[in-house]
Ligand binder design. Structure first.
Ligand code: S3P
Length: 435
């Protein structure tokens, strides 16, 4: 599918942002192994999340959908059953890393497959700690497809060097099935939705800050108690509209009920640093997650320097922040973006390639990205290459709203993995995208 993106005259109104993708996945996984019924509202209805739902249906979990709610009838920690066929996780890295952990600890065998992009992504990062716990996993060179022979695992103390919430969560889910205490030490702070949700479901999980690292302790073999979950809306999806409002004159938008968890809010800090007109209102804590409303107006943006420490708090937002930086009045440098190379695509390279084709000077220096809009040259192409990556597609659709050149976004159907209504939401505010 192709989206064509044209210049617009500002966006205005209240933007309806879908449920948080990370929390949606966790709500299904954790409810499915709870003893009791959980009702989930504002879940993200995207293909990635549907892949997680289908996986648990295949493992015997009863899941009912209505327009407003998803109800999961959990039967307890040891209630999952062997699926009759391979579990296909499509494009979803979060489903894969989290489920590998959970499945390694079951009492049955399962095969995991995914689409082309997922089958190229590194799974060694989750397989290796699980193997230390005694897991039996056969892989294709540490990539999907995987064959997992579920086993009784043993506890470990694991120092997690890479900044990955997916890996941390996969180990924590495996640890729910292990009696003795598992300890995960995270070198870098990453999104903590798994810890928050497990705690609220009564799991034996504790997080302590010691010698500058977070130590996460899990004692498993304890049944989880059911909870209803109201999922906040996704800041990572809101980010596309925020940048559309910032860079286009005459814009003023409001988004309510957005997830502002401090392990996820680096993007808001970055926009503030760039001088963006962004206001956070009505902040509240709901079951451990911080939620609030965001108001954004057109702004004159400055370039900024972002250190590698902030990268962990906003890793998914760099494609759209790069678009914002392309319309700033000074250069930006974003440091420590190595992890961007192994997302749904090599995002670092695709940002560079597409920005350059849009006439924006940029350069990758090691793992850092320099964007210098003061050094403009002429656009080379108006075709955006996405390599089937939803966030590259949405970021450059927003680029097209300002560039003054119609942009054609290739393979834009992948937007359905995280924000299926992206085109209609943007257009309802005054956007000008055609499919
Ligand atoms: C996610 C963690 C991040 C992020 C992804 C969602 C999660 O991945 O990029 O979109 O829900 O845990 P990594 O764990 O690979 O950093």
């Amino acid at each position: 599918m192709l989206i064509s993106s044209k210049v617009l005259n500002g966006i205005n109104g209240i933007a309806k942002i879908p449920g948080d993708k990370s929390i949606s996945h966790r709500s299904i996984i954790i409810s499915s192994i709870t003893k009791g019924t959980c009702k989930i509202t504002n879940i993200l209805r995207s293909s990635d999340v549907m892949n997680t739902i289908n996986a648990f249906k295949l493992m015997g979990v009863q899941i009912e959908k209505t327009k407003e709610t998803i109800t999961i009838y959990g039967k307890g920690l040891n209630s999952l059953t062997k699926p009759k066929k391979k579990i296909n996780l499509g494009n979803s890295g979060t489903s894969a890393r989290l489920l590998i952990g959970l499945l390694a600890a079951q009492n049955f065998e399962v095969d995991l497959i995914g689409d082309n992009s997922l089958s190229k992504r590194p799974m060694g990062r989750i397989i290796n700690p699980l193997v230390k716990m005694g897991a039996d996993i056969l892989s294709n060179n540490e990539k999907l497809p995987l064959n997992i022979k579920g086993k009784q695992l043993t506890n470990i103390k694991y120092f997690l060097e890479i900044p990955s919430a997916q890996v941390k969560s996969g180990i924590a889910l495996a640890a729910l099935f292990v009696k003795n205490k598992t300890e995960i030490i995270e070198k870098h702070i990453t999104r903590n939705h798994t810890e928050i949700m497990l705690k609220s479901f009564g799991a034996n999980i504790e997080v302590k800050k010691k010698d500058k690292y977070n130590h996460i302790y899990v004692r498993g073999q304890k049944e989880l108690s059911p909870k209803n979950i109201k999922i906040p809306s996704d800041l990572s999806s809101a980010a596309f509209l925020i940048v559309a409002a910032l860079i286009n004159n005459n814009s003023h938008i409001i988004m309510t009920n957005i997830n502002l968890n401090p392990t996820r809010d680096g993007f808001v800090k970055a926009v503030n640093l760039m001088g963006g007109n962004i206001i956070i209102k009505n902040k509240k804590n709901i079951n451990g997650e911080i939620i609030g409303d965001i108001e954004v107006k057109s702004s004159e943006l400055n370039g900024c320097k972002l250190s590698k420490d902030i990268a962990k708090l906003m890793i998914d937002e760099y494609p759209i922040l790069a678009v914002a930086a392309s319309f700033a009045n000074s250069p930006s440098i974003f440091e420590g973006l190595g992890e961007l190379r192994i997302k749904e695509s090599d995002r670092l390279e695709l940002i560079r390639y597409n920005l350059e084709n849009c006439g924006i000077f940029c350069k990758i220096i090691g793992d850092d990205l320099l964007i210098d809009p003061t050094n403009n040259f002429s656009p080379i192409k108006n075709n955006i290459k996405t390599d089937c990556d939803h966030r590259i597609a949405m970021a450059f659709a927003i680029m097209g709203t300002k560039l003054g050149l119609n942009l054609n976004i290739n393979d834009s159907e992948y937007i359905k993995t995280s924000f299926p209504d992206f085109v209609s939401v943007l257009n309802s505010l005054g956007g000008n995208l055609t499919e």
